[in-house]
Design a protein around this ligand. Structure first.
Ligand code: ASP
Length: 323
C-alpha cells in the first residue's frame, strides 16, 4: 500500500532512500545503500559507546510482532528502538494476541499501525512480510519470513564480514549446514553477489542451496561450488558461516536426525584454517560449533550478534527519516 511519509521532517533527513519504505528483501539494497546503512550503524555504535542512548526517535513507536520464536532479533529491535528514545509494543507469541482468536495477518497489521509508526514482523510463511506491507501504510520490516529471507540478519552479517576482515571484495566465503531452509544463508548470499567474492556451499545432499539462488549467482558471474566435505574448504576460506539444521522446517524428524550433527566446528578443524579469517553463525547454535572454539580470536559470532543492534538502530532511523 502507498506508504505515509511525514512531510513535516526537514528534507535532508528523508533523502536516504529508505524513508517510509518497507524492508522486505535484500534485493532492495545496492552497494551504495549498504554503505549508507553501515555508515549509520558505525555512528550508532559510537553514540551507544559514548552516551548509551539518544532521543532521535523520541515519540516514535515500534510494533514488534513475532509469530515465531526469537531471542536476538526481537530483543535487539527492542533495544535499538529504546536506545534511540522510542517505545515498543512487544507482541511475542500468537497465544497472547487476537491471532489466537483467528484474526488474519492483514487485520493484525492494520490494527497495530494505528498505534505504531513502524512494524517489525517475523512469521513462518514465505511472503508474509510482503503481504503485511501490502495492507500497511506504515513501514514493515521483515524479521524473517519462514524459509524465505531474513534481510536485517544479512545486513548485520555483511557488516560483520567488513568489520572482521576489513573488506568484502576478494573474499572466499563458505556457508555450512542447512542451506536449504536457512533463510539467513539465502539473504546473505543475495547480498554477497553484489561483491567480488567466491562462494563455497557446504551441506549434506538433502540440504543443498536452492536452485533459484544458484541461478542468480550464475547470472551475475559469481563463482561458487557445492560440496559435502568441510575439510575440502577449511584451509582456504576467509569466512566460515555456520548454520543450524532448521529442525522446525522438517516434516520428517527421522531425516532431521540423520543430518543434525553433520558438521561440528571444533578446535581440531580450526587448526587447519587460516590465521586471519572469521567464524560466523546467526545463532542459536545447537552443537555445530563446539564451546571450545569460543575463545578462538577468529570466533566472531558474539561480535556479530552485537552488531545486530547497531544495524537495526540504523534501519529504524532510516525508515523513520531520522538517520
Ligand atoms: N536466528 C536465525 C533465524 O531466525 C537463524 C536460526 O534460527 O537458525 O533464521
Amino acid at each position: 500500500m502507498q506508504k505515509i511519509q511525514n512531510t513535516a521532517l526537514p528534507a535532508d533527513q528523508t533523502q536516504n532512500g529508505f524513508f517510509g519504505q518497507d524492508i522486505l528483501s535484500v534485493d532492495q539494497f545496492d552497494r551504495q545503500g549498504l554503505a549508507y546503512i553501515f555508515h549509520v550503524a558505525e555512528e550508532m555504535r559510537s553514540m551507544v559507546e559514548r552516551f548509551g542512548s539518544a532521543d532521535l526517535l523520541q515519540g516514535k513507536i515500534l510494533a514488534n510482532l513475532f509469530y515465531e520464536p526469537s531471542t536476538r532479533t526481537s530483543s535487539s529491535f527492542i533495544a535499538a528502538m529504546e536506545r534511540l528514545g522510542g517505545k515498543v509494543i512487544p507482541i511475542h507469541g500468537v497465544q497472547y494476541s487476537s491471532v489466537s482468536k483467528g484474526e488474519s495477518l492483514p487485520d493484525t497489521v492494520r490494527t497495530l499501525e494505528t498505534y505504531a509508526d513502524v512494524i517489525v514482523l517475523r512469521h513462518p510463511d514465505v511472503g508474509s512480510a510482503a503481504l503485511a506491507a501490502h495492507y500497511a501504510k506504515k513501514p514493515v520490516i521483515n524479521a524473517g519470513d519462514g524459509i524465505g529471507e531474513h534481510p536485517t540478519q544479512a545486513l548485520l552479517d555483511l557488516f560483520t564480514i567488513k568489520e572482521e576482515l576489513g573488506t568484502i571484495d576478494g573474499l572466499r566465503v563458505a556457508m555450512v549446514g542447512d542451506l536449504k531452509y536457512g533463510r539467513t544463508v539465502h539473504s546473505l548470499t543475495k547480498l554477497l553477489k553484489l561483491y567480488n567474492v567466491t562462494l563455497e556451499f557446504v551441506s549434506p545432499p538433502m540440504l543443498r542451496i536452492p536452485n533459484n539462488i544458484c541461478l542468480e549467482l550464475k547470472h551475475v558471474g559469481i563463482p561458487y561450488r557445492e560440496l559435502e566435505n568441510i575439510h575440502d574448504v577449511i584451509k582456504d576460506v576467509d569466512i566460515l558461516y555456520v548454520t543450524r539444521v532448521q529442525k522446525e522446517r522438517f516434516s520428517d524428524l527421522v531425516a532431521y536426525e540423520k543430518v543434525k550433527n553433520y558438521y561440528i566446528v571444533d578446535p581440531a578443524l580450526m587448526s587447519q584454517a587460516k590465521g586471519k579469517m572469521a567464524i560466523m553463525h546467526p545463532l542459536p547454535r545447537v552443537g555445530e560449533i563446539s564451546y571450545a572454539v569460543d575463545e578462538d580470536p577468529r570466533a566472531a559470532y558474539f561480535r556479530q550478534m552485537k552488531n545486530g543492534m547497531y544495524i537495526r538502530m540504523a534501519l529504524l532511523a532510516a525508515v523513520l527519516g531520522k538517520a
